[in-house]
Design a protein around this ligand. Structure first.
Ligand SMILES: C[S@@+](CC[C@H](N)C(=O)[O-])C[C@H]1O[C@@H](n2cnc3c(N)ncnc32)[C@H](O)[C@@H]1O
Ligand code: SF4
Length: 451
């Protein structure tokens, strides 16, 4: 029996580790020139393309994404022009015939673009990168409130084979509090449309920790979700950062569930989904047993990048558009978040890089450890020792002392060969991997809470 009171104390600020080092360590000394050098150095890996389409019609109060709220048609069209400029620049520094394994549209709301505009953006990508793998993952985030058959047809025509729907929560009180009214019928219509066009890989994004949410209300949401049979589920922990995102200030903090309630929701969610044919495949993520992600997780081969989880080989991610993040094996790079700065750079024929980081050896080592544990809940110590030529237990003596706390709670086990995170430990995986983060001391208080 789990005593949640014991774990509630772990509700403290902490990174989600979509990157290591985290974005707080990115700095402006890694500029467009540093990025060009990195592009010229990295010539081998297959590519993963991320295209950020930032526009949304109205604000969902919980939203932590990089969004521009607008209803102005010309802004959307202007943005496509800038994407073209960016692609024209980037193709000078990269072999565009390298194989593309992934292509993802994120946002914002990509389907805020109408079918014709969506086609224009997709064509820009296909006209630049010519070598898409036959098994490429081609995916798009869909806001079910803005999704038409014309848009679906375009996505299908251009090979999209995975769609991710923003569902969040079906409870009407929660929907009111987050300013996103989206009855089940809207989601059902959107899913049916996707299935009609042969899209079998369907992900739902849900969030726990939203205002007005209770264990009971989330049970009902989960029950309704399963009736729609998504193949994958991302169940995000609500990241409440009103000091960064102004719209979150509209959320009444008194209505947020407590850390203890959130842990109860998470525990219930894990039990409920795993007894209904879904497997937990990494932090916040579940997939049906038949899904390739589950198969990869069994082999400890699941990877995660800014597009989410993948069973594919390592890739180099090229980020395109406002705020997007790119990644190579030894660097991260991020485009401007400010639209005017993004446009200004491109108008003067510069890649619109705001910041990034060049990883040093120790970063690479710790990145490997943190990502393996986050994605697969298991670390092969011998593999790390051979790859980085270290004695693991000596090198991480201080870090491993901090791990003792979690070992004593039965959340982690360690022997000579493996560190393993237990199913209960998986709920606190962010806290557990934080013991390997070299930068945390200077960053306290700048992240959302881990629970
Ligand atoms: C970039 S959004 C795009 C999805 C699409 N625009 C929509 O809303 O349907 C991707 C997902 O991030 C998640 N998300 C956004 N803000 C979040 C936050 N503050 N905490 C946790 N998850 C969040 C939501 O589940 C959302 O569906
Ligand atoms: S959750 Fe989606 S639709 Fe809502 S504001 Fe964020 S990106 Fe836009």
């Amino acid at each position: 029996m789990i005593d949640f009171n014991k774990f509630a104390k772990y509700s403290k600020p902490g990174p989600r580790y979509t990157s290591y080092p985290t974005a707080l360590e990115f700095n402006e000394s890694f500029d467009d020139k540093a990025y060009i050098k990195a592009l010229q150095r990295h010539t081998k890996l297959p590519l993963s393309l991320y295209v950020h389409l930032p526009f949304c019609k109205s604000a969902c109060y919980f939203c932590g994404c990089s969004v521009i709220y607008t209803s102005k048609e010309y802004k959307k069209v202007e943005y496509i022009g800038y994407l073209k400029k960016e692609l024209d620049l980037i193709k000078q520094y990269i072999d565009t015939n390298r194989e593309v394994l992934q292509f993802h549209f994120g946002g914002g709301t990509p389907t805020f673009y109408n079918a014709k505009e969506l086609e224009d953006v997709i064509k820009l990508i296909y006209n630049t990168f010519g070598n898409f793998s036959k098994s490429a993952e081609i995916s798009c985030e869909i806001d079910p409130r803005f999704f038409s058959e014309e848009q679906m047809r375009v996505l299908k025509d251009y090979g999209f084979n995975r769609l991710s729907f923003g569902v969040q929560d079906f409870d009407s009180k929660v929907q009111q509090a987050i300013h996103r009214i989206q009855p089940i019928s809207i989601v059902e219509t959107a899913i049916n449309l996707a299935r009609k066009y042969g899209i079998n890989c369907i992900n739902f994004d849900l969030i726990y920790g939203l205002p007005n949410q209770t264990l009971e209300s989330f049970k009902t949401t989960l029950n309704d979700v399963l009736k729609l049979e998504p193949t994958r589920l991302a169940i995000f922990n609500y990241a409440h950062v009103p000091w960064i995102k102004k719209t979150m200030r509209k959320i009444d903090e008194k209505m947020l569930p407590s850390p203890q309630e959130k842990l109860e929701i998470l525990k219930y969610t894990i039990n409920y989904l795993t007894s209904n044919d879904y497997k937990m495949i990494g932090m916040d993520h579940f997939a049906l047993e038949s899904d390739e992600l589950y198969q990869a997780s069994l082999k400890g081969e699941l990877k995660r990048n800014f597009q989410g989880y993948t069973a594919k080989k390592h890739t180099q991610t090229i980020g395109l558009g406002l705020t997007s993040i790119g990644e190579g094996h030894d660097y991260y790079v991020q485009n401007y978040k400010d639209y005017e700065a993004y446009k200004k750079a491109l108008d003067s024929n510069r890649l619109p890089i705001q910041r990034g980081i060049q990883l040093k050896g120790e970063d690479n080592l710790r990145k490997n450890i943190i990502m393996k544990l986050m994605n697969n809940f298991i670390l092969d110590i011998k593999h790390i020792e051979n790859k980085f030529n270290i004695n693991f237990k000596e090198h991480f003596k201080d870090n491993l002392q901090k791990l003792d706390e979690y070992i004593n709670l039965g959340l982690v086990s360690i022997d000579d060969d493996y560190i393993k995170i237990t199913p209960t430990g998986a709920m606190l995986v962010r806290n557990i991997v934080m013991v390997f983060d070299e930068y945390l001391v200077s960053q306290d208080g700048r992240f959302s809470k881990t629970v």
